[in-house]
Every structure is written in C-alpha cells, then in structure tokens.
Design a protein around this ligand. Structure first.
Ligand SMILES: Nc1ncnc2c1ncn2[C@@H]1O[C@H](COP(=O)(O)OP(=O)(O)O)[C@@H](O)[C@H]1O
Ligand SMILES: *[C@@H]1O[C@H](CO)[C@@H](O)[C@H](O)[C@H]1NC(C)=O
Ligand SMILES: *[C@@H]1O[C@H](CO)[C@@H](O)[C@H](O)[C@H]1NC(C)=O
Ligand SMILES: *[C@@H]1O[C@H](CO)[C@@H](O)[C@H](O)[C@H]1NC(C)=O
Ligand SMILES: [Mg+2]
Length: 455
C-alpha cells in the first residue's frame, strides 16, 4: 500500500504508546526551545475543541505537498514499494524511548522493540522551526503539523524505493490519520549515531578515507538512481549518521528528483557562497547534470576538504590533491571521482605506495612463537587503541619503518586484527618484558634494543 493510499484511507492505528511518548518528548522540546524566543506556538495541546477550518493559504500548501507526494509515488512505480516489515503493532510495544536528535522538521528517538532490537523513530517535531514558522503564518498548529508530516511521508516514500548501503534503511512505519487535520506518522529506521565531525578528525586516515569513499558510492548511486538523478538540497554532515562505522544519509525529505528547468544557459548557474559554476541548458530544457554537480561540490566542501588530506600516506597525497582540486572545480563528474577514489584504494591496499623505500626490517630480529602480554604502553597518534600504539600497516616492512621513526619503539607484533581494507594492525612497544608463548605470533625486536645480545 502506498503512503498516500494509507493516509487517504484514514486508517486508524493501534494504541500508539511509543508515538504518544514521542509526542510528549516533542512537547518537552517545545518547552526547551520556547525559552529561546521562538514563542507563538500552541502546538500539540491535548483536548482542544474541534479545529476551525484551515486558512486558504495553508490549504493550498497542503494540496501542493500532497500532489508532490503522489507524483513521487507515481514516478517510483506506485504500489511496488517494499513494505519495510514493522508497523503500528511493533511501535505500540516499543519501550525505552529517548531522544537522539532533532532538526527543523523532525525529532528522532531511539526505542527498543519487543524482539530486542533497537530502532530510530522519526516523527514530526511539533516545536521545530518548520512547524513554528508555519504556525506564526497561519495560526493552525494541527494543519501545520500535517504539512510537516507530508515531508516525512515523502522521506518514507524515497526510503522505500531507494536501497543502498549509504542510505539509512527503513524498517517500517505507522500512520494515524484519525485526528483530522493532523496525520501522525512515525517512521522506524535503522539506528545510527549522529556524525561527530570533530571526533572524525581524530580518527586514522584510513577510517576518514572510508567515509569519503562511502559518500562517493552514495553519490554515484543517487546520480544513477531508479528515480533519476537525485540531489540532496540540504547537504550537511548533520543529515548523516554512522551505522557500524559506515556513513549513511538519513534526512531525505529535502531530496529532489527534478533537474532545474531552463530556457538558456544563463538560467543554469550553480551558486555556492564561495563559488559559482556556469552550466549548460540541454535541448530538453534541463540544466544538465546540475543535481550530480551540486551533490559533488557539497561533498567536497563539507567532507573531502576536512577528511581526506590530513595525515594521508605521503605517496598518496598527489592523488588526493588531484581529487580535491578536480571536485573543488567540478572538473570531475561523479563517475570520474569514483574512479579516482578506487585508484587510491587500490594503491593503498596493494602497498604500491610504499615502493622505493629503504628496507629496515633487516634491523629487526624475529622471535617466532612469542607475543607480548597485553597491557598499557606508550601512545601514538592516531592509534586504534587508547591503551597503546596500534596502527594499520601493509606489512612487517612498513611496521619496521614506523618503529624506526618512533624513539620509544623497541619491538612490534603484527596482530590478527584487520581494518576494513584488510590490512593488519601492528602493535608497537617500548619494552621487551613479559613475553608469552603463542604459536601463531611473531615478535620483531630492534637489534639495537637487544643491546648486542645475540638472540
Ligand atoms: N537513524 C538515525 N539514527 C540516529 N540518529 C538519527 C537518525 N536519523 C536522524 N538522526 C538524528 O536526528 C537528527 C534529525 O533528523 P533529520 O532527519 O535530519 O530531521 P530534520 O529533517 O528535521 O533535519 C539528525 O540530525 C540526526 O542527528
Ligand atoms: C557547454 O557547451 C559547450 C559547447 O556547446 C561546451 O564547450 C562546454 O564545455 C559546455 N559546458 C559545460 C559546463 O558542460
Ligand atoms: C586547482 O588547481 C589550479 C591550478 O593549480 C588552481 O588554480 C585552482 O585554484 C585549484 N582549485 C582548487 C579547488 O583547489
Ligand atoms: C557514469 O556511469 C554510469 C553507470 O556506469 C553510466 O550509465 C553513465 O553513462 C556514466 N556517465 C558518464 C558521464 O560517463
Ligand atoms: Mg536534518
């Protein structure tokens, strides 16, 4: 069943305990934000008398949003939507609801399902900027929440049709259209954690590269999606979450499948605060590639510039500079950008970037059948463990180079742990105490560290 059909049928949901809880949370947020001089909103007061008819302006906006939604559903192949699985019944049994975050339109909470899994619940933020501004204009809180609900319904429709590892997964939804003019919608989504840019800046380059690569894969999918080329109009780090170390976009209500219409090339300037790009108007009257280019430049300015260059392996820097320059000037489209990223990944995984280095492993003695007792040791940056110096390496040879460059390092082992690229983690140590037998391990000791002893 399509979203519009569900809403049109005025389907009555089960008892919505979790949804009611969410509504309460939204009210609590209202109390929080009202103090910041927002004011003017009487949103969500229970037990109010029957609502007066909606103002004509709001009715028109509602009509438009409904029409856009129907058009999107039609373009997306009507009833073929994946139903997602979870419904109002699951929502009514959900417990442990706590707010994760909110934006202008929606509030998101975490909840535990009866089966034990956890999901993110998205609903309209009754005290958010979108609803508040509408209420200031039209003075009709319930109608304004309905208007915002159409945005969430649009997001649900898009999430039903778009499947990609870079898009948060929709597990289900629940509508309650009984409180005319309001529609209560709750979307149940894969749970993530908000993107912390500051924290990301402190992670190893390999992890930051992974995020940029996931983003490139997502933009490639969006450029060639089953619904056409999709642009994320509100493209900012806060519209993304991390799920198991993977970047996923969660805010899709500001996505558009339309490319800007034009009469001449002059209608097609792509404007950013710092830069603008002239594009061509196609024979079909569309600004060619504008959606793809807008996404790509936003990826450049919000992600690549911060995450890609800093502390990259030096041999990869020219390739990364080229990616930054080419996306920053929109010389590359998404296809070329993806190729360039894959090339860097290949160079990195294969260790080709290490060529023409002095070989230093010969300065180490290898003790087979031993490893170090795990414990605290000296720290290095950007370590995969806060207890010591644990770094991703291509080989024992690269580990030897790293150990030589750190004055405290006396020995290292190559652990069984692997990063996402399949590279092993090496653990670097400052002392040689506490060796324990381990048939599968090898410990490499600096010859100078064994102070001339022949081991
Ligand atoms: N699946 C999710 N898991 C965890 N947090 C999420 C999830 N989806 C959204 N959030 C958090 O909720 C905030 C608001 O969600 P979003 O969809 O961006 O709403 P809005 O349209 O109001 O901006 C996001 O900035 C993010 O921090
Ligand atoms: C616009 O079209 C002209 C030729 O018609 C071409 O030379 C130019 O590269 C195009 N510009 C863009 C941005 O695609
Ligand atoms: C790309 O390189 C050219 C030539 O060096 C330079 O003029 C331009 O400013 C660079 N663009 C970006 C976005 O770095
Ligand atoms: C980019 O790649 C897609 C998918 O492989 C292909 O359909 C499209 O034609 C390519 N676009 C350009 C400009 O090369
Ligand atoms: Mg958002």
């Amino acid at each position: 069943m399509t979203v519009a059909a569900a809403v049109g049928r005025r389907w009555r949901g089960a008892r919505l305990s979790a949804a009611a809880l969410l509504a309460l949370l939204a009210l609590a947020l209202l109390a929080l934000t009202a103090g910041r001089g927002g004011g003017g909103s009487g949103a969500g007061q229970p037990g109010s008398p029957p609502p007066p008819p909606l103002p004509p302006g709001l009715r028109e906006e509602l009509r438009q949003r409904r029409r856009d939604l129907l058009r999107l559903e039609a373009a997306a192949g009507g009833g073929e939507a994946a139903s997602g699985g979870l419904g109002c019944g699951d929502l009514s049994l959900a417990t442990g609801v706590s707010v994760l975050g909110w934006g202008f339109t929606k509030v998101v909470a975490r909840a535990a399902l009866a089966g034990g899994g956890a999901v993110a619940l998205k609903s309209v933020h009754g005290a958010g900027r979108e609803v508040r501004q509408c209420v200031l204009r039209y003075g009709a809180p319930a109608g304004c929440r309905r208007l915002a609900a159409y945005k969430l319904l649009k997001e649900v429709t898009l999430l039903q049709r778009l499947r990609h590892p870079g898009i948060v997964q929709l597990h289900g939804q629940c509508y309650d259209n009984s409180g005319d003019p309001e529609i209560r919608v709750t979307a149940m989504l894969e749970l993530g954690s908000p993107l912390e840019m500051i924290q990301l800046l402190q992670t190893p380059w390999e992890e930051r590269f992974k995020i940029c690569l996931s983003l490139v894969e997502l933009l490639f999918y969006l450029a060639h999606s089953p619904l056409g080329s999709i642009v994320l109009l509100d493209f900012q780090p806060r519209q993304f979450v991390m799920v198991d170390g993977n970047l996923k976009v969660t805010d899709m209500d500001d996505a558009s499948t339309e490319e800007l219409s034009c009469k001449e090339d002059n209608d097609c300037t792509l404007d950013f605060p710092t830069k603008s790009f002239p594009l061509n108007c196609s024979a079909a009257g569309k600004c060619e590639g504008i959606n793809e280019k807008k996404n790509l430049f936003n990826a450049y300015r919000y992600f690549f510039t911060y995450l890609l260059p800093h502390s990259a392996p030096s041999a990869l820097r020219p390739f990364l500079s080229d990616i930054l320059n080419a996306t920053g000037d929109l010389r590359y489209g998404i296809n070329e950008t993806r190729k360039a990223f894959e090339k860097v990944l290949h160079l990195y995984k294969s260790g080709l970037y290490l060529q023409k280095r002095p070989l230093l492993l010969k300065d180490y003695i290898s003790l087979k059948g031993f490893r170090m007792v795990e414990g605290e040791d000296y720290k290095c940056w950007p370590s995969y463990s806060h207890l010591g110096c644990l770094l991703s390496v291509h080989s024992a040879e690269e580990a030897a180079t790293i150990c030589n460059s750190q004055s405290q390092c006396q020995s290292f082992i190559i652990t069984q742990q692997r990063t996402w690229t399949g590279r092993p983690l090496a653990s670097f140590q400052s002392s040689l105490t506490d060796l324990i037998p381990d048939a599968n391990a090898v410990i490499y000791v600096k010859r100078s560290a064994s102070s001339g002893e022949r081991l």
